[in-house]
Design a protein around this ligand. Structure first.
Ligand SMILES: O=C[C@H](O)COP(=O)(O)O
Length: 265
C-alpha cells in the first residue's frame, strides 16, 4: 500500500492517479450467498422508538437469523440483552444521520457504543467536507473512530452516495478504505437511497485500495428483488428496515419456483 497522503493536495493527486486506472467493472464479485438472510442488517433508526419496537426488531432478527440489527446508541443495551445468546451482531450508528459532528463527539459515541457491547459501528463521514476536497479532515475523522474502535469491531463508513457525484463517490470510498473501514456503506436512508451504480462504483474503488473492504448497500431497499440486485452489483451486506417483508418475498419466490404443491402445504 503506497504512502498515506498528508495534505489535501497529495490526496487529490493520489486519487487522480488511481482514477486513471479505473477498471470498467469490479475486480472482485462476491458470490450471491445462499443465505440472503445473513447479509441483512435489520434496521430501526427512526425516532422516537418505543422499547417494544426494539424487542420486536430483535425477535424478528432471531426468527430470520439476520446478520445484525442496526440501532441508535440509546438502544444498544436493550439489543445486546435481547441478542446475547445469538450470532446476530448489534450495529450502532455514529454521527447519524448528518455526519457533521466534531471528531471528538464521533469518538465519544463510538467508545460508548463499544463499551455497551456494540460489535459494529456505522459512522457517517463528513461528506460535506469531502465535497469541498477537504480529504485530510475526512480521513482523520475515520481514523480517529477506527483507533477508538479497533478490530474486531466492524467499522462501516456511510458516505451518503446519493448526494455525491461520481468523482466524489470514488473519493469517499478511497479515503474511507485507506482510513481502515471494513465496509463502505451507501446511505443513511435520510437523503435518498442506494443504487446498483453506487454499489458497482464503490466496489471498483474499494478493490483499487487492495484492502478487501466490503460494501454495504442501504437506503430505500424494500423488496427481495432490490436485495438481489444489490448483491449482484457487489454488495456484501444490506441495510434495510424492511427485512421481514423481504424474507417473506424471498421464501414465497422460492416456494413458487419449486412448484405449486409446496405453496399449498
Ligand atoms: O442505515 C440506514 C438504513 O439501513 C436505511 O434503512 P431504510 O431506508 O430501509 O429505512
Amino acid at each position: 500500500m503506497s504512502a498515506i497522503p498528508t495534505t489535501d493536495a497529495e490526496w487529490a493527486e493520489k486519487i487522480a492517479k488511481m482514477k486513471e486506472n479505473l477498471p470498467e467493472r469490479p475486480l472482485s464479485q462476491p458470490p450471491i450467498p445462499l443465505g440472503v438472510h445473513r447479509t441483512i442488517d435489520h434496521t430501526l433508526l427512526t425516532t422516537p422508538v418505543e422499547p417494544s419496537q426494539i424487542d420486536k426488531l430483535c425477535t424478528e432478527a432471531r426468527e430470520h437469523d439476520f446478520a445484525a440489527v442496526c440501532v441508535r446508541l440509546e438502544h444498544v443495551p436493550q439489543a445486546i440483552e435481547q441478542l446475547k445468546d445469538t450470532n446476530i451482531a448489534v450495529a450502532c450508528v455514529i454521527a447519524f444521520p448528518e455526519g457533521t459532528h466534531e471528531t471528538a463527539e464521533k469518538v465519544r459515541e463510538a467508545e460508548e457504543a463499544v463499551s455497551k457491547g456494540a460489535g459494529e459501528l456505522d459512522m457517517v463521514i463528513h461528506y460535506r467536507l469531502l465535497k469541498e476536497g477537504r480529504y485530510m479532515e475526512v480521513y482523520r475523522d475515520v481514523v480517529a473512530v477506527r483507533k477508538a474502535a479497533p478490530p474486531p469491531v466492524v467499522l462501516k463508513t456511510i458516505i451518503e452516495a446519493s448526494v455525491l457525484d461520481k468523482d466524489e463517490l470514488l473519493d469517499a470510498t478511497i479515503v474511507s478504505c485507506m482510513a481502515g473501514a471494513d465496509f463502505i456503506k451507501t446511505s443513511t436512508g435520510w437523503n435518498g437511497g442506494a443504487s446498483t451504480q453506487h454499489v458497482t462504483l464503490m466496489r471498483i474503488a474499494a478493490d483499487l485500495c487492495g484492502r478487501s473492504t466490503k460494501i454495504k448497500a442501504s437506503g430505500g431497499l424494500r423488496t427481495a428483488e432490490d436485495v438481489v440486485k444489490m448483491l449482484k452489483a457487489g454488495a456484501h451486506r444490506i441495510g434495510t428496515s424492511n427485512g421481514v417483508k423481504i424474507m417473506r418475498e424471498r421464501d414465497e419466490g422460492e416456494i413458487l419456483e419449486q412448484g405449486a404443491s409446496h405453496a399449498v402445504s
